[in-house]
Design a protein around this ligand. Structure first.
Ligand code: N01
Length: 541
């Protein structure tokens, strides 16, 4: 087995890994390599190529802020860029900053273990390589480990099976075909209207209806583009001071403080603006107060009933048994109108569950749906899945899976006790998926870079959280989640979408501005809550 030594091994060449490589290699002068399973850059935007895939935070926000030149030279063609354009952007970044030469494509990490004597990680890849490094940085993302299919008989299906999370690069032509889509989360809600335009017949298998609201996409207005470019620094500043990392500022304290007419006016306006305005820029108490939440939920249900012509279909599509935004709210284009088409059928899996997949299609409890193609949009083993699949082993040979048997345990969502010098970009228990990802990633990479610089200045070989700091953070994230309505709903935020997974909230819900302040206070107090081990000493057990 060949062995190579680096200061830093970074896993993943998506938004996180690309910026980490640039920062550590070109900013800190470290030797660094990126290990990437895909054959090119892009991470989630490399794999999720299904028709309709696009970002749902405005493109000018959903992009890097670290380079003013990059911000100025790149022009987005749409308000919410589609997957091909985001992938072109990430390729541009890789070329512009000369990153490709230090990325190992088509290579997967199969295990990584910490050695306390040498204070090094040994990373093993599926190519039989062994990479030794001081710092192991995970840029594997939060939604990159697709959930394993849960349907008996899938392997005997006579047609094609596709997964939104692993879409064929050459695309799929559904013309004249009978297609079934399983899953109505954000991926399903994006792909369903596109497949319906092409297929002879589309059958949508829905288990839980979603509160989807309009994305409001359109061509990028050149005047708005000029405005953004002239004001980028201020817009980024406002974004970093916003819970979600976007420059929104219309939110009012409570949905219950207004009468029906005024409240409706607010909802209608946010609905027309599109994007996450309804969720994040209407009323601040929607995820805290059930009565406030009911007003938004009922508003969305009314819209669904207006848009879907068959009232029985509308009732199946309208969620009634969980609060709005306690599952991650999807954004849509013509999703509900798709169910008015003659070639689309909705199957309610709550009343007629899938029994198995047969050679000819999908058998539910009351009928057999004959299909040529099945599309799985069934989601991810979110947050912890991508980390646990790397088989990480910390001090004394302790597997991360064992440490996290009851759910993730981190300090700041950045580091884990017993796993020195392992840094998690947007790890569990950080704001991560509830913070504009490119900014969340930049914040973390910058924090890690400062931390590595600090270690060098101190002559320290390693850093890890103390058990007390980690316990405190785990308790704080749980308490923050407990103040919201999120734990009541089965969602991937809670790990509840994967059979057998511990049910805990994996997102820090105190908001990005508070979180950023905590992270900088920790540094200002000399890396409070962390234990540093000097070169040559034995680390704390
Ligand atoms: O996955 P999901 P996703 N039998 O878990 C159903 C991001 N994203 O890929 O709710 C039958 O949300 C499941 O039903 P239920 C975004 O953060 C962003 O759609 O478990 N059905 C659900 O309907 C998003 O939240 C964009 O009852 C089964 C669906 O499959 C996250 O990725 C676009 C089932 C899974 O929905 C995940 O979204 C796409 C079973 N055994 C994704 N198992 C942007 O716009 C699962 N389901 C940027």
């Amino acid at each position: 087995m060949s062995e190579q030594e680096y200061d830093t091994v970074i896993v993943g060449a998506g938004f996180a890994g690309l910026y980490a490589l640039h920062k550590f290699r070109d900013g800190l002068g470290l030797s660094a390599v990126v290990i990437e399973a895909g054959d090119d850059v892009g991470g989630t935007w490399y794999w999720n190529r299904y028709p309709g895939a696009r970002c749902d935070i405005e493109s000018y926000s959903y992009s890097y802020s670290f380079s003013e030149e990059l911000q100025q030279e790149w022009c987005w063609s749409e308000r919410f860029a589609g997957q091909p354009e985001i992938l072109r952007y990430l390729n541009h970044v890789a070329d512009r900053f000369g990153l490709r030469s230090d990325i190992r494509f088509g290579t997967r990490v199969t295990s990584a273990s910490w050695d306390d004597d040498s204070r090094r990680w040994t990373v093993v890849t599926d190519g039989g390589e062994q990479l030794v490094c001081r710092f192991l940085v995970s840029g594997v993302g939060n939604l990159s480990a697709a959930k394993d299919p849960e349907f008996d008989g899938l392997e005997r299906f006579g047609g094609n099976v596709y997964a939104t999370a692993r879409w064929p690069h050459e695309g799929v032509d559904f013309t004249g075909r009978r297609v079934g889509v399983v899953g109505t989360g954000a991926s399903g809600i994006q792909v369903i209207p596109e497949i319906a335009k092409q297929a002879a017949h589309l059958t949508v298998f829905q288990r839980t209806p979603n509160y989807a609201t309009p994305i409001g996409n359109g061509a990028m207005d050149p005047e708005f583009d000029r405005y953004v470019k002239a004001n980028y620094a201020a817009l980024r500043d406002r974004s970093r001071n916003h819970f979600l990392g976007v420059p929104y500022d219309l939110v009012q304290p409570s949905a219950l403080a207004l009468d029906d007419t005024e409240r409706r006016r607010v909802y209608e306006q946010r609905w027309a603006q599109g994007g996450f305005r309804l969720f994040f820029d209407a009323f601040a108490d929607l995820v805290f107060d059930e009565a406030a939440n009911d007003t938004a939920a009922e508003f969305i249900r009314e819209k669904i009933r207006q848009r879907v012509t068959d009232p029985r279909v509308a009732e199946v599509l309208a969620p009634t048994d969980y609060p709005y935004a306690t599952k991650r709210p999807p954004l849509e284009t013509n999703y509900y109108e798709t169910f008015n088409r003659d070639n689309v059928t909705l199957v309610d899996l709550r009343s007629t569950p899938i029994e198995r997949v047969t050679a000819a299609g999908v058998r539910t409890s009351d009928s057999e749906h004959e299909l040529d193609d099945i599309v799985l949009a069934t989601g991810f083993d979110a947050m912890t899945g991508p980390l646990l699949r790397m088989n990480l082993t910390g001090r004394n040979g302790t597997p991360l899976a064992e440490r996290w048997a009851d759910g993730p345990r981190t300090y700041l969502g950045l580091m884990v006790h017993g796993f020195p010098n392992l840094f998690l970009i947007t790890g569990p228990q950080s704001p991560s998926v509830l913070y504009n990802m490119p900014l969340a990633i930049e914040d973390h990479v910058d924090w890690i870079a400062d931390c590595i610089t600090h270690l060098r200045e101190q002559g320290s070989a390693s850093i890890e959280p103390t058990p007390d700091a980690e316990d405190g953070w785990v308790a704080e994230t749980a308490q923050l989640a407990g103040n919201t309505l999120l734990p009541r709903t089965d969602s991937w935020y809670m790990g509840a979408n994967v059979p057998g997974k511990p049910r805990v909230c994996m997102v820090y819900l105190g908001g990005a501005p508070t979180y950023r302040q905590i992270c900088s206070d920790v540094v200002a107090k000399g890396y409070e809550g962390f234990a540093l081990a000097p070169e040559g000493a034995t680390a704390n057990a």
